[in-house]
Design a protein around this ligand. Structure first.
Ligand code: BGC
Length: 726
């Protein structure tokens, strides 16, 4: 680039600058050819790169990596970074330099149509995987876009509904993945949510976009709207939204130029937007031909000279190495929920296998909506199974999708020496645009599972879904697998896990509830009369079930291995955490079984008084995930995993009450003793309550192997806002 960004901005006319603030079309931005400034092409993610189209059928084919929930189940940031790099390379094949991914909204309720896109119910797991996803994408020279900022956890009336959430839950849960994406992941773009938050439309919200995102977190990248989300020119311009998508412009573009001319929006605000757009292009290496002195092309700097990026030719590669990597990765995301020893199968001992279920031939591989892609190919589990077991094994197959089919299936199952039932949802059931209305499996699938498990005790049940389904029959199964939407290699990975060629490497990134009525947001989902009340506050996911002592089908973090592990007693670098300090927690892990496998060691922090509400104190969840480590070990092999915890791991957010001191009744303190200073603070921020905290190390939120105590000083001053989150 021959000019710095400020000079380049000053070389543009007001109309040119305003035009750059809105998309040129659905998938690209304008450029200013006379200044050598190009436009840029965007493509949806997160499972693949669909390319410059919203319609899958007309799209060129794409790689399809596991969806968010499956990636969440991997508990493996390095794996997520490898997979998102594959998506980024596919985006490059299609001429796109901005990927609209990752989705980091939390699994607040199992029926949200887009749960499959998000990683987890847990903020920290979501945050760590979001950072990894971003690094994988941006490492390939493609800008990542973390979305949807914030509180977009239902599809019902998503363009208008207000997410009513208290400041503490917002800070401790829903904002956490975004904060990490910005402060650790250095994400280049943020996409705003469609919804309102606490009554105010997100694209216009000064509080979220300027005060939190830019001023507190220092985000210097590009903020774009979700598609057709924008409503107001002036408020959004002032709040710091940079790019209206898609084009042609409605709220920005010429309308923004008019707002500047009328003095309603400062030209400096517009200049800042253009600087951020140019910085994005520069960061992608797209400004090499830019110059502040225009070429004399006759253009006077009006919008007639603006350039639409010519539709790039798309040459998506279906790379052999991607296929292999995705097959291994999908197995790393598969969760073995129950196993009485039936798995892994011994193919040599089988003579007749029966395969049933609506999803048995083509297990669901992705959800619906903007995340869907046209995959390079589709695999058949039936064909793969027949091929793997060889001609000596008879494989009976029956989709059994109605009541008669269920009776045809039960009798065939009784004559087989093994039955496999593959049930689940599909992309038409779990999709952007609408929420599910039930957690139950569609159709006669529950009846099929019951009939086959009753007919043959050697039955493996596989659930393919992007979010939890009711499994009222779970305890009747000999082996039960949860396979979240795992992308193009779902079928081959399932086969590998069934026959033991691969370890089921996944752990639940979200609690599987027993009943819908037990779930945290029940009664507050999907919202009514234009509001969705986040009434459960901090108690998202396992935090809720633990605080309420509710039984669950399978807890957060749960998953079995084909081998066994011993988690040894943790050692701490110090039994005391002072101001500004950190503590290292070392945990030995040994593979005590007979084959190579993966263990996910989880570190939870249980604050003093967690789950109880003492007057004047802050309510805390019973415990919260503060670290996790996935290790692969050979039989007999040991390693030590470490968790590095700073004060943020022990802190809670206090929204403060500036008015309290003025409002407090002037009563004699001898009669009504004054509350402790921590009860009403005037400065908002992260605070650490002093006390003895428990560090719980285990293999799920419900399976804790060891607990150690740590004395934490804490104090009445907020943590330094510059302190990065752990
Ligand atoms: C979705 C976004 C997506 C955009 C473009 C919107 O409907 O909410 O996640 O990136 O469309 O397809």
């Amino acid at each position: 680039m021959t000019a710095d960004l400020a000079t380049l901005v000053s070389a543009m006319t007001l109309d040119e600058k305003a035009a750059l603030t809105a998309g040129a079309d659905n998938w690209s931005t304008f450029g200013v050819p006379r200044l050598g400034v190009p436009g840029v092409v965007l493509s949806d993610g997160p499972v693949g790169a669909r390319g410059a189209t919203v319609d899958r059928e007309s799209a060129t084919t794409s790689v399809a990596i596991p969806s968010g929930t499956a990636l969440g189940a991997s508990f493996d940031p390095a794996l997520v970074a490898r997979l998102s790099a594959i998506v980024a390379r596919q985006a490059l094949d299609k001429g796109a330099r901005v990927l609209l991914a990752p989705t980091v909204n939390l699994h607040r309720h199992p029926l949200w149509g887009r749960n499959f896109e998000g990683f987890s119910e847990d903020p920290l797991l979501s945050a760590k995987l979001a950072v990894a996803y971003i690094q994988g994408v941006q490492g390939e020279g493609v800008a990542a876009t973390v979305k949807h900022f914030v509180g977009n956890e239902a599809e019902h009336e998503r363009f208008t509904c207000s997410t009513d959430v208290d400041e503490r839950a917002l800070r401790e849960c829903y904002l956490v993945p975004f904060e990490h994406a910005v402060r650790h992941g250095h994400v280049m773009c943020v996409m705003t949510a469609y919804n309102r938050v606490n009554g105010e439309h997100v694209p216009d919200q000064d509080r979220l976009l300027r005060q939190i995102l830019r001023d507190e977190w220092g985000f210097d990248g590009l903020v774009m709207s979700d598609w057709w989300a924008m409503l107001r020119t002036d408020d959004a311009a002032r709040a710091g939204l940079d790019l209206e998508m898609p084009g042609p412009a409605r709220s920005f573009g010429p309308a923004l130029a008019a707002a500047v001319r009328a003095g309603r929006v400062a030209e400096a605000d517009l200049d800042a937007k253009i600087r951020r757009l140019l910085a994005l292009l520069d960061g992608l290496g797209l400004l090499d031909g830019a110059r502040a002195v225009p070429t004399d092309d006759g253009s006077k700097g009006g919008t007639e000279g603006l350039g639409v990026v010519p539709r790039p030719e798309e040459h998506p590669q279906d790379r052999a190495e991607d296929r292999a990597a995705l097959r291994r990765a999908a197995a790393d995301c598969i969760v073995l929920l129950r196993n009485d020893g039936l798995l892994p199968l011994d193919p040599g001992a089988l003579r007749r296998v029966a395969l049933f279920g609506a999803r048995s031939e083509h297990p669901s591989i992705m959800g619906g909506g903007s995340a869907k892609v046209r995959p390079h190919y589709q695999l058949s589990l039936l064909e793969l199974l027949r091929e793997r077991l060889g001609p000596g094994v008879e494989v009976l197959h029956e989709a059994a999708t109605d009541e008669t089919g269920v009776v045809a299936a039960a009798s065939a199952a009784s004559e087989a020496d093994l039955a496999i039932v593959v049930v689940g949802t599909a992309e038409a059931i779990e999709s952007e645009g609408y929420d599910r209305t039930t957690m139950d499996l569609p159709g006669t699938q529950d009846a099929l599972v019951r009939a086959v498990t009753a007919a043959n005790p050697r039955t493996v049940v596989v659930v393919t879904s992007g979010a939890p389904v009711t499994m009222s029959w779970a305890s009747e199964t000999a082996a039960l697998i949860q396979c979240f939407f795992s992308g193009q290699e779902t079928a081959s990975a399932l086969l590998d896990v069934l026959v033991g060629d691969a370890e089921p490497g996944g752990r639940l990134p979200t609690t599987l509830p027993l009943r819908l009525e037990h779930t945290p947001a029940f009664g507050n989902f999907p919202g009514e009369a234009s509001h969705v009340r986040y009434g459960e506050g901090l108690l998202v996911g396992y935090r809720w079930y633990e605080a309420r002592h509710l039984p669950v089908a399978f807890p957060f973090g749960h998953g079995l291995s084909y081998t066994s592990f011993e988690i040894g007693a943790p050692t701490l670098s110090s039994v005391h955490l002072g101001s500004g300090g950190r503590v290292l927690v070392d945990v030995p892990v040994t593979n005590s079984g007979a084959r190579r496998g993966a263990e996910v060691v989880q570190c939870y922090v249980a604050p003093p008084g967690g789950g109880t509400a003492a007057p004047g104190a802050r309510f805390r969840p019973v415990k919260e995930l503060r670290g996790f480590a996935k290790v692969w070990l050979d039989p007999g092999e040991s390693t030590v995993v470490s968790f590095d915890l700073g004060e943020r791991s022990f802190a809670h957010y206090d929204a403060a009450d500036e008015d309290w001191a003025e409002l407090v009744p002037r009563r004699p303190h001898e009669v009504y003793p004054p509350p402790p200073p921590s009860a009403h603070r005037t400065a908002s921020g992260w605070y650490v309550a002093p006390g003895t905290y428990e560090l719980a190390i285990g293999r799920s939120s419900a399976d804790i192997a060891h607990s150690v105590l740590l004395a934490v000083d804490g104090g009445d001053a907020p943590l330094d806002p510059a302190m990065l989150p752990d």
